[in-house]
Design a protein around this ligand. Sequence first.
Ligand code: A2P
Length: 268
Amino acid sequence: AGTVRALADGTEIPILGLGVWQVRDGRTCEDAVRWALEAGYRHVDTAQYYRNEGSVGRAVRDSGLPRDEVFVTTKFDPGRRDPAAELERSLDSMGLDFVDLYLVHWPGGGPTRAWNGMQRALERGLTRSIGVSNYSATDIETLLGVADSLPTVNQIQFSPFEYRRALKDTCERLGVAVQAYSPLGTGQHLRNPTVTTIADRLERTPAQILIRWSLQRGLIALPKSSHRDRIASNADVFDFDLSDDDMTSLDALDRTNWTNRSLEHPWW
Ligand code: A2P
């Protein structure tokens, strides 16, 4: 689970991380992060908006792992004004001196609005890298037109069912790594027959199949769970490969082509 790759700014990021969206309860969140670190995860993804930064920080500190060995992401809530000031507050809640990655959570107020403040947070050493989340291809291109420091990642919902090829291609062409949140479709894709058939044949769980698909498509995957056994098994994905045929069957689950016009999320 500690397998890493380089971002465009030269920093290294583990390609699998624990997501903690909607893990509101402090004890539950702290347990989940602790179990993840015990299972070998070295990457945790939180946000101001999730209201669990304190629990994430406590679990990271209590793990006894050197700070440099755990990759911590948080996100700026664009409903607020000043990204650098907000990150100071986040760091205060977490009891950490810096995060590894700080994202604009969504393009609220326009895709460029927060970027100066994000760059200030970077210059001040409050974060090692900066990036965005829920940005469309147009949003990314608009931002690149004004940015001094480029966004290293775009974190978007991504799975075979939400397979945003054009957005992924644009990000990759521009050197922006794509992070997949809700790679299991918030759990809804785990019972799909195509997924379960492949899982049964390979003697793997449906979650492992979907996470493996994300990794083989070049994404940084951020599955979420608050159960200890699931957290561990979701990271046990580095000793098998999906064949080209299985990848192609999963690719065919894409719903974004035919639903594109009716989607409420503008970044689809
Ligand atoms: P739980 O937290 O109770 O384990 P996503 O990462 O796409 O947002 O999906 C998260 C959802 O999928 C959560 O509801 C989580 O439930 C569930 N989930 C995560 N891993 C597994 C797994 N290995 N088996 C079954 N459900 C899982």
